[in-house]
Design a binder for this molecule. Structure first.
Ligand code: RIB
Length: 312
């Protein structure tokens, strides 16, 4: 079975529901405070594992109880946790999350141990990257470590996929190492300068990524679905299409993008086509937004197959 290596963050999420996002200086009474397992890397690893992928995770937790609890929860999900380091005198990363009545969220993170996932630590786990079919990363880890991992992967013919979240500008040195990129509209705009409003602008933004040598571009468009564009021999601009998602009543969108990424990569590793993989990933993400929390909301494969059977 092909392995998916995920390098990324592990956060303890402190979640509170709010009627709306407060303005500067405003104090608001929230409800339903919860501590939950999160972090973009960890959420993607859990999503892939629950979809049935063989997952190895490279990350770091602090020397604290919550970090240890999360690592053992990942192992229960079947994730290989050998390459998760414990950083002494450091806290596990954390995220303060407000979830509004609309289901949208607002997140502030403190890197904690995620900030200590150094290039030297990545180097220690070189073999995990080299032996994987695909390396999936996000941007809650130090950029120099992401770059180091991408270079190791490239040399070993391991495919490199970047989910460029949270949004930030990136050097061409990193973009040129990627086989696939999976931004949302905001991230795509920051990286390409193209504001995505419709199919044409999505196509234009995808073209900018293709020009940097990235073969597959998947721009997530929220409830509208995804714009999937692939370089073909006929078109160096890429050939794209919108793949629609499913309409559900969202109560919490935290981790929906992570669920999509984990499920999408799992399906590709099963040799599904990118449109087929998008459909499976849409279903997984749709289920996740109907539940509260990040990892607690991520469905198992059987639930996703049942959802697809009902919505076919
Ligand atoms: O993508 C959602 C995640 O972003 C949350 O789980 C939080 O930890 C932040 O990393």
């Amino acid at each position: 079975m092909k392995t998916l290596c995920i390098l990324g963050s592990i956060n303890v999420d402190h979640v509170i529901r709010v009627p709306y996002f407060p303005q500067a200086g405003e104090t608001l009474t929230g409800s339903g405070y919860q501590i939950a397992y999160g972090g973009k890397g960890a959420n993607q690893a859990v999503a892939a594992a629950r979809m049935g992928a063989k997952v190895a995770f490279i990350g770091a937790v602090g020397d604290d109880d919550i970090g240890r609890e999360m690592v053992s929860a990942f192992a229960k999900d079947g994730i290989d946790t050998t390459a998760i380091s414990t950083i002494h005198n450091q806290n596990t990363g954390l995220a303060m999350i407000q979830v509004a009545d609309s289901g949208e969220n607002s997140i502030v993170i403190s890197a904690g141990a995620n900030g200590d996932l150094s290039p030297a630590l990545v180097e220690q786990h070189r073999a995990v990257i080299e032996q994987a079919d695909t390396l999936l990363m996000q941007l809650e880890s130090p950029l120099e470590s992401i770059l180091a991992a991408a270079k190791i992967a490239k040399q070993a013919n391991t495919k490199v996929v970047l989910n460029p979240a949270p949004a930030r500008a990136l050097p061409d040195e990193l973009l040129s190492q990627l086989d696939m990129i999976t931004p949302n509209e905001t991230e795509a705009e920051i990286l390409t300068g193209v504001k995505i409003t419709d199919d044409q602008t999505a196509c234009k933004a995808a073209g900018v990524f293709h020009q940097k040598g990235i073969e597959t571009v998947l721009i997530t468009l929220g409830s509208k679905g995804v714009y999937l564009s692939q370089l073909t021999q006929q078109s160096q601009q890429g050939q794209g299409e919108i793949i629609k998602g499913f309409k559900v009543q969202a109560i919490d969108t935290t981790g929906a993008g992570d669920t999509f990424n984990g499920a999408f990569l799992t399906a590709l590793l099963e040799s599904k086509t990118a449109p087929e993989a998008s459909r499976l990933a849409h279903a997984a993400a749709a289920i996740s937004v109907t539940r509260k929390g990040a990892q607690s909301a991520i469905p198992y494969r059987q639930e996703v197959e049942e959802f697809l059977a009902q919505h076919d």
